[in-house]
Write a protein that binds this ligand. Structure first.
Ligand SMILES: [Ca+2]
Length: 491
């Protein structure tokens, strides 16, 4: 079916024939195509029956190669093309869908990539944060190590301080012991000085009239001297507005006084308006459990008296008959004063010999002496019975058996009458009240002098033993800071 070579004329014609045949077949196809058939059928509608004639003008073409003429082939090719269009369209739409799917996938991938990027970024951030935390941790560890070092240093310092304080405490104890020894020496020297003075006076008296000799001094009890008193002094606390103070180092004592009880107007505080009671135990039994001032009227007494009731110590019920604590009251007084009593009920005072006598007559009483040294240590001496004889007997002291931790410095005064500056009832050739500057149940003269001169600081220097001393606790040259004498019915 292929014609080769030849001239231009026959070639043209053969092409024309082929094309005409092709058109004919197409006209067959037109009848199937609704659009084409409509075009062709238009003249039929007008009622004319015409035959179609086609004229084709084909430009002359120079054929150089072989010409293939295949009628069937051209027709087939056209048909495949249409199907192909449909299939290509399908394919295209398929591919479009796939493209869209792929686009979606790509989008998803893009998102994933973004997410990956974000995750990488976060990871980088986390890494940097972890690094930062690690650095902080290292820093903390180093700091803690430093702290522990500081702690160790502090511990060492504390240990050193403790060692130092222990060393100081031990040194302090040594000093205390030395002070104690020195205080003992001073006491002994005072005794020696007293003895020498006495000898001098004796020598002097051979030539002239001499002043009265002092009583024998109480020997020192060195082991009982309260220690750690940092000064050696003989200052006397001044009495309020009265002024019996003497100059430092002076050996003249306070002037005697004959004044009686100074309490006229009891303070409102701690004062019970009820009563009077027979004694402080009765006041306590009447429901007055507070320590303070109460009106006491012993049996047979002419008038009530004021007294301080100690209701807290040792079950209470104690009637205080004597109190020393600040040197505010002069105890260098005459007989009448000691008989009726003097001082301030809420401070330093003496209840009065008559009152004490009357109290002792109404029952069996015991006596407690309470002493406080300048270190604040308190000791006591208790006697299981106590009373005084009447004034006609010089208010003689009657004591029972001692017990306590202060030492017994009062039994040697048992059975002695009371002596004041103006009434000498003691066993000494002179007047003990003159030398001890107080009133007491002096013997010749005494182991205790609780109505003596109130010195500050404890150990004192004086020509005579005139401080508030309790020989068995501190010796004769140690003056107590505070003293109380109180009585209570025996249970
Ligand atoms: Ca005498």
């Amino acid at each position: 079916m292929v014609k080769r070579g030849g001239t231009m004329g026959p070639g043209m014609w053969s092409l024309f024939i082929l094309f005409a045949l092709s058109l004919w077949s197409n006209s067959q196809a037109f009848t199937k195509n609704p659009i084409l058939s409509r075009i062709r059928r238009a003249p039929e509608a007008s009622g004319e029956t015409k035959k179609c004639s086609y004229t084709f003008l084909v430009p002359e073409q120079k054929i150089t190669g072989p010409i293939c003429a295949a009628r069937g082939y051209s027709t087939d090719k056209d048909r495949v093309t249409r199907l192909d269009v449909a299939s290509v369209r399908d394919l295209l739409s398929k591919q479009r869908r796939e493209m869209e799917t792929l686009k979606l996938v790509v989008d998803v991938d893009g998102n994933l990539v973004n997410e990956m990027k974000l995750l990488r970024k976060e990871s980088r951030n986390m890494n940097s944060r972890v690094t930062q935390l690690y650095m902080q941790l290292l820093h903390e560890i180093i700091r803690k190590r430093d702290n522990s070092l500081e702690l160790a240093q502090l511990e060492t310092r504390i240990l050193n301080a403790t060692t130092e304080s222990l060393r100081l405490a031990s040194r302090y104890r040594e000093l205390e012991a030395r002070y104690s020894a020195l205080a003992a020496v001073v006491n002994n020297q005072s005794v020696l000085i007293g003895a020498l003075e006495e000898r001098c006076m004796q020598a002097y008296s051979r030539r002239e009239e001499h002043p009265p000799m002092g009583p024998p001094l109480v020997q020192v009890v060195p082991e009982n001297i309260p220690v750690s008193v940092p000064r050696l002094t003989n200052e006397i606390q001044t009495e309020h507005g009265r002024g019996f103070a003497r100059e430092r180092g002076s050996r003249s004592g306070p002037s005697p006084t004959g004044e009686t009880l100074e309490v006229q107007k009891p303070p409102e505080r701690n004062f019970s308006a009820e009563g009077p009671f027979r004694d402080c135990l009765e006041a306590q039994e009447a429901g007055h459990s507070t320590s303070g001032m109460y009106l006491i009227k012993p049996d047979e007494a002419e008038r009530p008296i004021q007294a301080w009731c100690e209701q807290n110590m040792d079950n209470g019920g104690w009637t205080v008959i004597q109190s020393r604590r600040d040197g505010s009251v002069n105890f260098f007084r005459n007989w009448d004063s000691y008989k009726s009593g003097f001082g301030n009920i809420d401070g330093e005072y003496w209840l009065g010999l008559e009152g004490i006598y009357r109290l002792g007559r109404q029952g069996d009483y015991k006596l407690q002496v309470e002493l406080e040294d300048w270190m604040g240590k308190k000791v006591y001496a208790q006697y299981n019975s106590f009373h005084l004889e009447p004034e006609s007997e010089g208010y003689r002291l009657r004591l029972g058996i001692y017990q306590g931790n202060a030492g017994d410095s009062l039994t040697s005064h048992n059975g002695k009458q009371f002596t004041t500056l103006d009434r000498d009832k003691d066993a000494f050739s002179g007047n003990c009240a003159h030398f001890h500057k107080g009133g007491w149940w002096y013997n010749a003269c005494g182991q205790a002098n609780l109505n003596g001169v109130w010195y500050t600081g404890g150990v004192y220097r004086s020509k005579f033993q005139d401080g508030i001393f309790w020989a068995d606790y501190g010796g004769g040259f140690y003056s107590m800071k505070a003293v109380r004498m109180m009585i209570r019915p025996i249970d």
